[in-house]
Design a binder for this molecule. Structure first.
Ligand code: ATP
Ligand code: ATP
Ligand code: CA
Length: 218
């Protein structure tokens, strides 16, 4: 179903939102006060307008209240972002999604009625951190809300060390259920068995303990 969106602020974030909505087949009105920014989106928007989004009359003359969704993608100018969001809600726009640059910016936007606030730089940074950290996680089985089995790829830190030496159960409260080597699976490892870099350890434990092992033991 085709929807109508308006995107205000055509920086990297706003123009990306605009482009993708347009590519998905929706109508997009792209607004910026900077003529050059508007020129850049002519081929990836249905309509464009050069306007100051903190000017109530300008917003009204664009018929902004008729859009179900309006995206406020003004990041650096917090004052404009807040004022624009406030006006949009006062004019009766049902859904205002806004981009914030900080925690307090987000809080203010939520207070004045923004329906959804995203912080793309923070969110993407967090996602990337998770990807980086879990580079060693090969697989994950949730046993309950608290306990899981992880398959972790052994790092240099574990290379040629025995289970006695690693002392994983005592140090982290996790149990090594098995060790997968290239072509064999050892499902009842003895304390004297050695781990090689690249082996897959099948580890059972409380999520908190698994995280601790993954963070500091690997
Ligand atoms: P990026 O996504 O590139 O990081 P940003 O979130 O840091 O961008 P800015 O670069 O500060 O945001 O602004 C995005 C756009 O919003 C700019 O093109 C700017 O011209 C536009 N803009 C800022 N204030 C207004 C306003 N009052 N009315 C219309 N457009 C505005
Ligand atoms: P237990 O009390 O179970 O008899 P232990 O402490 O007397 O054990 P070992 O069983 O030889 O001694 O193991 C020494 C240490 O090696 C354990 O405390 C444990 O932390 C670690 N360990 C041995 N096997 C495993 C395993 N399969 N998974 C995780 N850690 C292990
Ligand atoms: Ca920015």
């Amino acid at each position: 179903m085709k929807k109508e969106f308006a995107v205000i602020g055509l920086g990297r974030f706003g123009s990306s939102v605009c482009k993708e909505l347009f590519r998905l087949g929706h109508d997009v009105l792209a607004i910026d006060q900077d003529e050059e920014k508007v020129q850049d989106v002519l081929t990836i928007a249905t309509h464009t307008a050069i306007a100051n989004a903190t000017d109530e009359k300008a917003l009204q003359s664009l018929g902004i209240r008729n859009f179900e969704y309006v995206v406020v993608a003004i990041g650096d100018d917090i004052q404009s972002s807040i004022l624009c969001t406030l006006l949009l809600k006062e004019l009766g726009v049902k859904k205002v999604w806004a981009k914030a640059q900080s925690y307090y910016h987000q809080r203010v936007l939520e207070k004045i009625g923004a329906d959804r606030v995203v912080r793309p730089e923070r969110d993407m940074g967090m996602r990337m951190a998770h990807h980086l950290v879990s580079e060693n996680i090969v697989d994950y089985i949730e046993l309950s809300s608290e306990y899981s089995i992880l398959e972790l790829k052994a790092t240099d830190k574990l290379h040629q060390r025995s289970l006695i030496d690693l002392d994983i159960r005592a140090k982290y409260g996790c149990t090594v259920l098995g060790i997968k080597k290239m072509d064999e699976l050892n499902i009842s490892p003895k304390p004297t068995d050695h781990v090689e870099k690249g082996d897959i350890l099948i580890v059972l434990g409380h999520n908190r303990d698994l995280k601790k092992f993954e963070d500091t033991g690997m």
